[in-house]
Design a protein around this ligand. Structure first.
Ligand code: SAM
Ligand code: DTB
Ligand code: SF4
Length: 312
Protein backbone atom coordinates (compact mmCIF):
# COMPACT_ATOMS: atom_id res chain seq x y z
CA UNK A 1 0.00 0.00 0.00
CA UNK A 2 1.51 3.30 -1.08
CA UNK A 3 0.35 6.44 0.69
CA UNK A 4 -0.40 9.71 -1.06
CA UNK A 5 2.45 11.38 0.88
CA UNK A 6 4.95 8.73 -0.21
CA UNK A 7 3.83 9.01 -3.85
CA UNK A 8 4.05 12.79 -3.67
CA UNK A 9 7.60 12.58 -2.31
CA UNK A 10 8.54 10.51 -5.37
CA UNK A 11 6.76 12.92 -7.73
CA UNK A 12 8.58 15.91 -6.23
CA UNK A 13 12.11 14.53 -6.56
CA UNK A 14 14.34 16.53 -8.93
CA UNK A 15 13.16 15.82 -12.49
CA UNK A 16 16.27 13.99 -13.69
CA UNK A 17 16.46 11.86 -10.53
CA UNK A 18 12.79 10.95 -10.99
CA UNK A 19 13.09 9.87 -14.62
CA UNK A 20 16.38 8.07 -13.91
CA UNK A 21 14.66 6.08 -11.14
CA UNK A 22 11.69 5.29 -13.42
CA UNK A 23 14.05 4.22 -16.20
CA UNK A 24 15.93 1.92 -13.82
CA UNK A 25 12.68 0.24 -12.73
CA UNK A 26 11.63 -0.10 -16.37
CA UNK A 27 14.95 -1.61 -17.53
CA UNK A 28 14.98 -4.03 -14.59
CA UNK A 29 11.39 -5.26 -15.05
CA UNK A 30 10.56 -4.89 -18.75
CA UNK A 31 11.95 -4.93 -22.24
CA UNK A 32 12.58 -1.21 -22.11
CA UNK A 33 13.23 -0.60 -25.81
CA UNK A 34 9.97 -2.21 -26.93
CA UNK A 35 6.87 -0.11 -27.60
CA UNK A 36 3.57 -1.98 -27.94
CA UNK A 37 0.99 -0.50 -30.31
CA UNK A 38 -2.80 -0.82 -30.05
CA UNK A 39 -5.34 0.45 -32.56
CA UNK A 40 -8.76 1.84 -31.70
CA UNK A 41 -11.99 1.24 -33.57
CA UNK A 42 -15.37 2.66 -32.64
CA UNK A 43 -18.50 0.53 -33.11
CA UNK A 44 -20.87 2.98 -31.42
CA UNK A 45 -19.97 6.60 -31.80
CA UNK A 46 -21.71 9.66 -30.33
CA UNK A 47 -25.20 9.90 -28.82
CA UNK A 48 -23.98 9.33 -25.25
CA UNK A 49 -26.15 10.50 -22.33
CA UNK A 50 -23.27 10.77 -19.83
CA UNK A 51 -21.87 14.25 -19.23
CA UNK A 52 -18.08 13.67 -19.27
CA UNK A 53 -16.86 17.23 -19.81
CA UNK A 54 -13.99 16.28 -22.14
CA UNK A 55 -15.85 14.00 -24.51
CA UNK A 56 -16.83 14.58 -28.13
CA UNK A 57 -19.49 11.88 -27.85
CA UNK A 58 -21.71 13.27 -25.10
CA UNK A 59 -25.02 14.77 -26.20
CA UNK A 60 -24.62 17.12 -23.24
CA UNK A 61 -21.57 18.74 -24.83
CA UNK A 62 -21.97 21.11 -27.73
CA UNK A 63 -20.28 18.77 -30.19
CA UNK A 64 -23.30 17.51 -32.18
CA UNK A 65 -21.55 14.27 -33.01
CA UNK A 66 -24.13 12.08 -34.77
CA UNK A 67 -24.86 8.67 -33.25
CA UNK A 68 -23.54 5.92 -35.47
CA UNK A 69 -23.43 2.14 -34.96
CA UNK A 70 -21.33 -0.27 -36.99
CA UNK A 71 -23.49 -3.36 -37.41
CA UNK A 72 -21.33 -5.31 -39.85
CA UNK A 73 -18.61 -7.07 -37.89
CA UNK A 74 -16.52 -7.46 -41.06
CA UNK A 75 -15.94 -3.69 -41.02
CA UNK A 76 -14.16 -4.13 -37.69
CA UNK A 77 -12.30 -7.15 -39.00
CA UNK A 78 -10.95 -5.22 -42.01
CA UNK A 79 -9.76 -2.43 -39.71
CA UNK A 80 -8.06 -5.02 -37.50
CA UNK A 81 -6.24 -6.54 -40.49
CA UNK A 82 -5.00 -3.10 -41.48
CA UNK A 83 -3.92 -2.39 -37.90
CA UNK A 84 -1.94 -5.63 -37.78
CA UNK A 85 -0.19 -4.70 -41.03
CA UNK A 86 0.88 -1.41 -39.45
CA UNK A 87 2.38 -3.15 -36.42
CA UNK A 88 -0.45 -3.21 -33.88
CA UNK A 89 -0.58 -6.22 -31.60
CA UNK A 90 -3.84 -5.26 -29.91
CA UNK A 91 -7.16 -4.11 -31.36
CA UNK A 92 -9.31 -2.03 -29.03
CA UNK A 93 -12.99 -1.66 -29.80
CA UNK A 94 -14.83 1.27 -28.25
CA UNK A 95 -18.49 2.05 -27.80
CA UNK A 96 -19.99 5.28 -26.53
CA UNK A 97 -22.50 5.07 -23.70
CA UNK A 98 -22.83 4.42 -20.00
CA UNK A 99 -22.98 0.66 -20.68
CA UNK A 100 -23.45 -1.50 -23.79
CA UNK A 101 -26.99 -2.29 -24.97
CA UNK A 102 -27.67 -5.86 -26.21
CA UNK A 103 -27.08 -4.96 -29.89
CA UNK A 104 -23.70 -3.31 -29.25
CA UNK A 105 -22.69 -6.06 -26.81
CA UNK A 106 -23.42 -8.75 -29.42
CA UNK A 107 -21.43 -6.97 -32.15
CA UNK A 108 -18.52 -6.54 -29.75
CA UNK A 109 -18.61 -10.25 -28.84
CA UNK A 110 -18.58 -11.28 -32.49
CA UNK A 111 -15.71 -8.88 -33.19
CA UNK A 112 -13.65 -10.31 -30.31
CA UNK A 113 -13.97 -13.83 -31.75
CA UNK A 114 -12.97 -12.75 -35.26
CA UNK A 115 -10.14 -10.41 -34.24
CA UNK A 116 -8.60 -13.10 -32.05
CA UNK A 117 -8.47 -15.38 -35.08
CA UNK A 118 -6.06 -12.85 -36.65
CA UNK A 119 -3.66 -13.45 -33.76
CA UNK A 120 -4.23 -10.00 -32.28
CA UNK A 121 -4.97 -9.31 -28.63
CA UNK A 122 -8.42 -7.88 -28.03
CA UNK A 123 -9.56 -5.01 -25.86
CA UNK A 124 -13.03 -3.55 -25.38
CA UNK A 125 -14.12 -0.27 -23.83
CA UNK A 126 -17.86 0.23 -23.58
CA UNK A 127 -18.67 1.51 -20.13
CA UNK A 128 -20.11 -0.26 -17.10
CA UNK A 129 -20.65 -4.03 -17.26
CA UNK A 130 -22.75 -6.41 -15.17
CA UNK A 131 -21.37 -9.76 -14.03
CA UNK A 132 -23.23 -11.72 -16.70
CA UNK A 133 -21.62 -9.59 -19.42
CA UNK A 134 -18.16 -9.98 -17.89
CA UNK A 135 -18.57 -13.78 -17.82
CA UNK A 136 -19.70 -13.79 -21.46
CA UNK A 137 -16.67 -11.70 -22.48
CA UNK A 138 -14.36 -14.02 -20.57
CA UNK A 139 -15.91 -17.00 -22.39
CA UNK A 140 -15.29 -15.22 -25.70
CA UNK A 141 -11.61 -14.95 -24.80
CA UNK A 142 -11.43 -11.16 -24.38
CA UNK A 143 -7.90 -10.19 -23.29
CA UNK A 144 -8.37 -6.65 -21.89
CA UNK A 145 -11.19 -4.39 -20.75
CA UNK A 146 -10.50 -0.64 -20.68
CA UNK A 147 -12.38 1.35 -18.06
CA UNK A 148 -10.83 4.60 -16.89
CA UNK A 149 -11.18 6.28 -13.50
CA UNK A 150 -10.22 9.46 -15.37
CA UNK A 151 -9.07 11.60 -12.41
CA UNK A 152 -8.82 11.68 -8.63
CA UNK A 153 -11.87 10.78 -6.49
CA UNK A 154 -11.82 14.38 -5.18
CA UNK A 155 -11.94 16.01 -8.64
CA UNK A 156 -14.26 13.48 -10.30
CA UNK A 157 -17.56 15.37 -9.89
CA UNK A 158 -16.04 18.50 -11.45
CA UNK A 159 -15.77 16.53 -14.68
CA UNK A 160 -18.60 13.95 -14.62
CA UNK A 161 -21.83 14.16 -12.64
CA UNK A 162 -23.88 11.36 -14.19
CA UNK A 163 -21.89 8.57 -12.53
CA UNK A 164 -19.41 8.10 -9.68
CA UNK A 165 -15.84 6.89 -9.53
CA UNK A 166 -17.06 4.14 -7.15
CA UNK A 167 -19.24 2.74 -9.96
CA UNK A 168 -16.20 2.74 -12.25
CA UNK A 169 -14.19 0.84 -9.63
CA UNK A 170 -16.99 -1.74 -9.31
CA UNK A 171 -16.73 -2.63 -13.00
CA UNK A 172 -12.93 -2.79 -12.75
CA UNK A 173 -13.21 -5.20 -9.80
CA UNK A 174 -15.76 -7.39 -11.64
CA UNK A 175 -13.47 -7.60 -14.66
CA UNK A 176 -10.52 -8.57 -12.45
CA UNK A 177 -12.64 -11.10 -10.56
CA UNK A 178 -13.22 -12.98 -13.81
CA UNK A 179 -9.56 -12.79 -14.84
CA UNK A 180 -9.88 -10.41 -17.77
CA UNK A 181 -6.90 -8.04 -17.77
CA UNK A 182 -7.75 -4.47 -16.83
CA UNK A 183 -6.63 -1.40 -18.72
CA UNK A 184 -7.43 1.76 -16.78
CA UNK A 185 -6.15 5.27 -16.35
CA UNK A 186 -7.27 8.81 -16.89
CA UNK A 187 -6.89 12.18 -18.54
CA UNK A 188 -4.36 14.84 -17.70
CA UNK A 189 -4.99 18.48 -18.53
CA UNK A 190 -8.64 18.76 -17.49
CA UNK A 191 -7.99 21.42 -14.85
CA UNK A 192 -6.79 19.01 -12.16
CA UNK A 193 -3.79 19.66 -9.92
CA UNK A 194 -0.64 17.59 -9.57
CA UNK A 195 -2.10 16.32 -6.28
CA UNK A 196 -5.12 14.99 -8.22
CA UNK A 197 -2.79 13.26 -10.68
CA UNK A 198 -0.81 11.68 -7.83
CA UNK A 199 -4.06 10.60 -6.11
CA UNK A 200 -5.33 8.97 -9.30
CA UNK A 201 -2.10 7.01 -9.82
CA UNK A 202 -1.98 6.02 -6.14
CA UNK A 203 -5.57 4.77 -6.35
CA UNK A 204 -4.67 2.58 -9.34
CA UNK A 205 -1.46 1.30 -7.75
CA UNK A 206 -3.37 0.34 -4.58
CA UNK A 207 -6.06 -1.75 -6.29
CA UNK A 208 -6.11 -5.33 -4.93
CA UNK A 209 -4.47 -6.35 -8.17
CA UNK A 210 -2.44 -3.74 -10.08
CA UNK A 211 -3.90 -3.08 -13.54
CA UNK A 212 -2.16 -4.88 -16.41
CA UNK A 213 -2.33 -1.73 -18.49
CA UNK A 214 -2.35 1.96 -17.55
CA UNK A 215 -3.73 4.50 -20.00
CA UNK A 216 -2.48 8.06 -19.66
CA UNK A 217 -4.39 10.43 -21.93
CA UNK A 218 -3.51 14.06 -22.47
CA UNK A 219 -6.72 16.01 -23.08
CA UNK A 220 -7.62 16.37 -26.75
CA UNK A 221 -9.40 19.71 -26.74
CA UNK A 222 -12.60 19.05 -28.61
CA UNK A 223 -14.37 22.17 -29.94
CA UNK A 224 -17.75 22.63 -28.27
CA UNK A 225 -16.82 20.91 -25.01
CA UNK A 226 -16.55 22.82 -21.74
CA UNK A 227 -12.85 21.91 -21.59
CA UNK A 228 -11.99 23.20 -25.05
CA UNK A 229 -9.88 26.05 -23.65
CA UNK A 230 -8.25 24.19 -20.74
CA UNK A 231 -4.69 25.31 -20.03
CA UNK A 232 -2.02 22.91 -21.28
CA UNK A 233 -0.46 20.61 -18.72
CA UNK A 234 3.23 21.40 -18.21
CA UNK A 235 4.96 18.79 -20.40
CA UNK A 236 7.43 18.00 -17.60
CA UNK A 237 4.54 17.31 -15.22
CA UNK A 238 3.14 14.96 -17.86
CA UNK A 239 6.47 13.10 -17.93
CA UNK A 240 6.52 13.06 -14.12
CA UNK A 241 3.14 11.29 -14.17
CA UNK A 242 4.46 8.68 -16.60
CA UNK A 243 7.49 8.17 -14.35
CA UNK A 244 5.35 7.88 -11.23
CA UNK A 245 3.08 5.34 -12.94
CA UNK A 246 6.15 3.29 -13.90
CA UNK A 247 7.62 3.42 -10.39
CA UNK A 248 4.33 2.60 -8.61
CA UNK A 249 3.29 -0.09 -11.12
CA UNK A 250 6.59 -1.57 -12.33
CA UNK A 251 5.14 -4.33 -14.44
CA UNK A 252 2.11 -2.66 -15.96
CA UNK A 253 2.01 -1.56 -19.56
CA UNK A 254 2.03 2.26 -19.42
CA UNK A 255 0.45 3.76 -22.51
CA UNK A 256 0.74 7.35 -23.70
CA UNK A 257 -2.77 7.34 -25.14
CA UNK A 258 -4.74 10.29 -26.53
CA UNK A 259 -2.98 13.60 -27.08
CA UNK A 260 0.21 12.54 -28.85
CA UNK A 261 -0.81 14.40 -31.99
CA UNK A 262 0.14 17.67 -30.34
CA UNK A 263 3.28 16.34 -28.62
CA UNK A 264 6.77 16.92 -29.97
CA UNK A 265 8.99 13.96 -30.78
CA UNK A 266 11.22 15.05 -27.91
CA UNK A 267 8.37 14.96 -25.38
CA UNK A 268 7.32 11.50 -26.55
CA UNK A 269 10.94 10.34 -26.30
CA UNK A 270 11.10 11.61 -22.70
CA UNK A 271 7.90 9.66 -21.94
CA UNK A 272 9.46 6.49 -23.37
CA UNK A 273 12.63 7.11 -21.36
CA UNK A 274 10.52 7.55 -18.20
CA UNK A 275 8.83 4.19 -18.64
CA UNK A 276 6.02 4.54 -21.16
CA UNK A 277 5.84 1.25 -23.02
CA UNK A 278 2.88 1.61 -25.38
CA UNK A 279 0.97 3.96 -27.69
CA UNK A 280 -2.15 4.01 -29.82
CA UNK A 281 -1.29 3.69 -33.51
CA UNK A 282 -3.36 4.40 -36.58
CA UNK A 283 -4.44 7.76 -37.89
CA UNK A 284 -7.58 7.98 -35.74
CA UNK A 285 -8.43 7.51 -32.07
CA UNK A 286 -12.20 7.21 -31.49
CA UNK A 287 -13.44 10.48 -32.98
CA UNK A 288 -10.29 12.60 -33.15
CA UNK A 289 -7.09 12.45 -35.18
CA UNK A 290 -4.03 10.52 -34.08
CA UNK A 291 -0.40 10.77 -35.21
CA UNK A 292 0.35 9.81 -38.82
CA UNK A 293 1.50 6.13 -38.65
CA UNK A 294 4.52 6.97 -40.85
CA UNK A 295 5.65 9.60 -38.35
CA UNK A 296 5.34 7.03 -35.54
CA UNK A 297 7.43 4.58 -37.50
CA UNK A 298 10.10 7.22 -38.13
CA UNK A 299 10.25 8.16 -34.46
CA UNK A 300 10.57 4.53 -33.41
CA UNK A 301 13.41 4.08 -35.91
CA UNK A 302 15.21 7.22 -34.80
CA UNK A 303 15.07 6.04 -31.19
CA UNK A 304 15.90 2.38 -32.06
CA UNK A 305 12.65 1.28 -30.46
CA UNK A 306 11.10 -2.02 -31.49
CA UNK A 307 7.64 -3.49 -31.75
CA UNK A 308 6.90 -6.62 -29.72
CA UNK A 309 6.68 -9.89 -31.65
CA UNK A 310 3.13 -10.54 -32.86
CA UNK A 311 1.61 -13.98 -32.24
CA UNK A 312 0.67 -15.47 -35.63
N1 SAM B 1 -17.92 5.08 -23.16
C1 SAM B 1 -16.91 4.32 -22.55
C2 SAM B 1 -16.45 4.89 -21.25
O1 SAM B 1 -16.75 6.03 -20.95
O2 SAM B 1 -15.79 4.15 -20.52
C3 SAM B 1 -15.71 4.05 -23.44
C4 SAM B 1 -15.15 5.12 -24.32
S1 SAM B 1 -14.46 6.55 -23.53
C5 SAM B 1 -14.27 7.60 -24.91
C6 SAM B 1 -12.85 6.05 -23.04
C7 SAM B 1 -11.92 7.05 -22.41
O3 SAM B 1 -11.36 7.89 -23.41
C8 SAM B 1 -12.44 8.02 -21.39
O4 SAM B 1 -12.62 7.45 -20.13
C9 SAM B 1 -11.35 9.08 -21.37
O5 SAM B 1 -10.36 8.76 -20.42
C10 SAM B 1 -10.78 9.01 -22.79
N2 SAM B 1 -11.13 10.23 -23.55
C11 SAM B 1 -12.34 10.54 -24.04
N3 SAM B 1 -12.32 11.75 -24.66
C12 SAM B 1 -11.06 12.22 -24.52
C13 SAM B 1 -10.42 13.43 -24.92
N4 SAM B 1 -11.06 14.41 -25.55
N5 SAM B 1 -9.11 13.58 -24.62
C14 SAM B 1 -8.43 12.60 -23.97
N6 SAM B 1 -8.99 11.44 -23.57
C15 SAM B 1 -10.29 11.25 -23.82
C1 DTB C 1 -8.22 5.49 -23.41
O1 DTB C 1 -7.79 5.64 -22.25
N1 DTB C 1 -8.04 6.34 -24.42
C2 DTB C 1 -8.68 5.90 -25.62
C3 DTB C 1 -9.23 4.50 -25.19
N2 DTB C 1 -8.92 4.44 -23.81
C4 DTB C 1 -10.61 4.17 -25.47
C5 DTB C 1 -9.69 6.85 -26.15
C6 DTB C 1 -9.16 8.20 -26.46
C7 DTB C 1 -10.24 9.04 -27.04
C8 DTB C 1 -9.74 10.35 -27.49
C9 DTB C 1 -10.80 11.26 -27.97
C10 DTB C 1 -11.56 10.81 -29.18
O2 DTB C 1 -10.95 10.36 -30.18
O3 DTB C 1 -12.79 10.96 -29.16
FE1 SF4 D 1 -20.01 8.73 -23.01
FE2 SF4 D 1 -17.72 7.39 -22.53
FE3 SF4 D 1 -17.71 9.85 -23.70
FE4 SF4 D 1 -18.35 9.63 -21.13
S1 SF4 D 1 -16.35 9.12 -22.05
S2 SF4 D 1 -19.44 10.86 -22.67
S3 SF4 D 1 -19.43 7.66 -21.13
S4 SF4 D 1 -18.57 7.97 -24.55
Amino acid sequence: MITFDAAKDIFKTPFFDLIFRARSVHVERNDANVIQVSTLFSIRTGGCCEDCAYCAQSIKNGTKFPKQIITNVDTALEAAKQAKKLGSSRFCIGASGRSPDPQVFEIACQAVTKVKELGLETCLTMGALNEEQVIELKNRGLDYYNHNVDTSPEYYDKIITTRTIEERLQTIKLVQKHKIKVCTGGILGIGETNDDRIKMLTLLANLDEQPSSISINRLVKVPGTRLKDSPEIDPFDFVRCVALARILMPQSIVRVSAGRETMSDELQALCFFAGASAIFGGDKLLTTANVDPEADLRLMQRLNLQLPRIRR
